[in-house]
Design a protein. Structure first.
Length: 249
């Protein structure tokens, strides 16, 4: 069984109440849920949350919701809690702030795990914008010649000692795991790098495991700040033809 799980936490520091912020008449988490429903490979889509306000809104648009403890350290831990008693073989962790995600990318991740022995995979795309390269909100990734992650950082990586034309890659925060590996993840414990960068995927690398990084052409973006929200409104207005204005909670 293949499950798409969307972790949705109310208490975002940079954008409080983020899953329920309105975009073109829908809460952000609903946009993400509806994109996930378009996946051809999935069997189940669910929302994992610790907040009753999110549960009520999600159930109002027909989503399956699983309540999880509040004291979890990451979205991945929340996904584990929501799926640990399910008979899933593959689980995709789709961040609740990715309203533009292409469902075919989710299917690409499912297919990769089906065809390989890899335990975890994620996505990246070339950075085409100098603002993204410099922004700590855009996570960068470098990988080896076989496509396995070497490091993720909020800083531009690699650093070039001499100025030259270079390619940089941004991480797209969608993860796929074998369920057996997800259980390993929650037993690893936070490491120094995860704490320093505030990036949960670094726990995997610090613990000596591999993450396959699939390169895509996707140029959507996650929503972390008020500026991102305004940018998303403008894009959704163009795509949908709807008047768009975010509403504070």
């Amino acid at each position: 069984m293949k499950v798409i799980a969307i972790p949705a936490r109310y208490g975002s520091k940079r954008l409080p109440g983020k899953p329920l912020r309105q975009l073109c008449g829908k809460p952000l988490v609903q946009w993400v849920y509806e994109r996930a429903r378009e996946s051809r490979k999935k069997d189940i889509v669910l929302i994992a949350t610790d907040d009753e306000r999110i549960r009520e809104v999600a159930q109002s648009f027909g989503a399956e919701v699983i309540m999880t403890p509040k004291d979890l350290g990451s979205g991945t831990e929340r996904i584990y809690e929501a799926t640990k008693d399910m008979g899933a073989e593959f689980i995709v962790n789709l961040q609740g702030d990715e309203p533009f995600i292409d469902p075919s990318l989710i299917d690409m991740l499912f297919e990769h795990l089906e065809k390989t022995e890899d335990e975890m995979a994620t996505l990246c795309a070339k950075i085409k914008d100098d603002y993204e390269l410099k922004s700590p909100d855009c996570v960068k990734v470098v990988f080896d010649r076989r496509g396995y992650a070497l490091y993720f950082s909020r800083s531009p990586i690699p650093y070039f000692r001499e100025e030259k034309k270079a390619e940089f890659y941004k991480h797209i925060g969608v993860y796929a795991y074998r369920k057996s590996f997800l259980k390993k993840y929650v037993s690893m414990g936070k490491g120094f790098l995860e704490e320093a960068e505030s990036l949960e995927q670094l726990r995997v690398l610090e613990s000596g495991y591999k993450i396959k990084v699939l390169i895509t052409d996707y140029q959507g973006f996650g929503i972390d700040t008020e500026e991102d929200l305004k940018k998303a409104e403008e894009l959704l207005a163009r795509l949908s033809g709807l008047p768009c204005q975010s509403k504070p909670l």
